[in-house]
Design a protein. Sequence first.
Length: 150
Amino acid sequence: MIAEFDDTYFMRKALEQAQIAFELGEVPVGAIIVSKNQIIARSHNLTERLNDVTAHAEMQAITSAANFLGGKYLKCCTLYVSLEPCQMCAGALYWSQISKVVFAAEDHERGYRAFGANLHPKTQVAFGIMQEECSQLLKDFFKQKRKQQK
């Protein structure tokens, strides 16, 4: 049984957001931001719907969390995201000074680490929680897209 409010619990919530993105035809990435064991932001990719390349799940979550908290810094917050952030999102996370980032699936081609980007020096990073489930959703999405293109 999952202990309430552990990393797996919150990553499941991020995966739920990714599933919403999948159903909307967006690349299925979901994110949540947690402060004091409370979810203060939920988001998923909206790049297609908003016709905006910056509308990644993480960017939407950062904005929502900052609005919730009434300030731009997320020093006592944790981001849970189903896919490793890209360098754009890593830059935003850096400036937000978020305390912790937890991502499920690694992105060896487009993830921030592949480009040498860094998060804030005080930001803790963990990854691999629910990696298989989140990776499979992405694989299913792109498999479906390839079928539609034929």
